[in-house]
Design a protein around this ligand. Sequence first.
Ligand SMILES: NC(=O)c1ccc[n+]([C@@H]2O[C@H](COP(=O)([O-])OP(=O)(O)OC[C@H]3O[C@@H](n4cnc5c(N)ncnc54)[C@H](O)[C@@H]3O)[C@@H](O)[C@H]2O)c1
Length: 339
Amino acid sequence: MTKVITTGIIGLGRIGKLHAANIQNSIEGMQVKTAVDVVITEEAAMLMKKLGIENVGTDADRIFNDPEIDAVIICSSTDTHTDFIVRAAKAGKHIFCEKPIGSDVASIEAALREVRKAGVALQLGFVRRFDHNHKAVREAVHAGKIGKPEIVKITSRDPAAPPEAYVRTSGGLFFDMMIHDFDMACYLAGSQVTEVFTYGKVLVDDMFGKLGDVDTAIVSLVFENGAIGVIDNSRRAPYGYDQRVEVHGALGCVQDTNDVGSTCLLSTADGVAAEKPLWFFLERYNAAFIAELQAFTQAVSDGKDVAVSGEDGLAAIKIAMAAKKSLDEKRPVSISEIK
Ligand SMILES: NC(=O)c1ccc[n+]([C@@H]2O[C@H](COP(=O)([O-])OP(=O)(O)OC[C@H]3O[C@@H](n4cnc5c(N)ncnc54)[C@H](O)[C@@H]3O)[C@@H](O)[C@H]2O)c1
């Protein structure tokens, strides 16, 4: 029988609780032994108990020093990721790390060196690559069905803004939110981004402006393979989580639409009404969250390459840094400028 991968989870906020529940209930070949957070809320404690996770505490060394633990699932706030990757690699643990991988090139490169030195697996949480709709679009592009990609368009709008405490440690819109779209753009185009130009505004909540962030942005992209692209993000979409991608090529176009609660259409004298998109990432991407951890389990068990690497995480960070620089300096920024 294949060995079960024993994990420790760091961070029991929104995403940590989701991954803990998915591992215990839906992932074959993986289990959670220990869960830590700097603050264990009553809600987190109750959920861990319900999931049968008995080792719960505030010290991450409980995970790093435990020889029974094979892998670490990093779900803590963004500003802790690079440091935990280094500590996990030094402890010889495989790593699944939520996006983004970090916030500056030098510390990410140093962390990736530790990962290579330790010979452990590191998978980044770019969950959208595992979504059934976006995967089908990518497969059509890569099967050559639309010919050479020429335009990539991504719309990604959150139903509502996150709380201020989250925004403070998130790195801002380009590092927290659009980072998914930067990775998705490269994944769909099958090519790296070479240049960006950004427009950004505070249109939703002044809180973002006070923190030096924007809540609405459009980034134009140039790809190595000659294609061009555009991403739009908003922290507000009262109709639900708006997640659509499109690739236009020499032979045609492929796009997806939002997942909805049901395909019911109500037609009356007043018009035709359809259901709203699913509310947010917990609803929209849960099957993809399960698929990404199943893929990580498989890669660790088989000693094979992970589906989303640390280098993919770094590539997306460089685009985010270029997008922010373009906003600040009001000019196109080449990725080669980012060190
Ligand atoms: N893949 C996705 O779609 C997705 C969705 C949401 C969040 N995320 C990422 O997951 C991470 C967490 O996001 P969240 O929404 O769960 O945030 P959250 O604020 O709900 O939870 C973060 C948790 O980390 C804990 N924490 C902070 N520093 C810690 C430390 N040093 N040691 C242990 N625990 C610590 C906090 O106490 C908190 O409970 C972020 O990096 C975010 O970008 C990814």
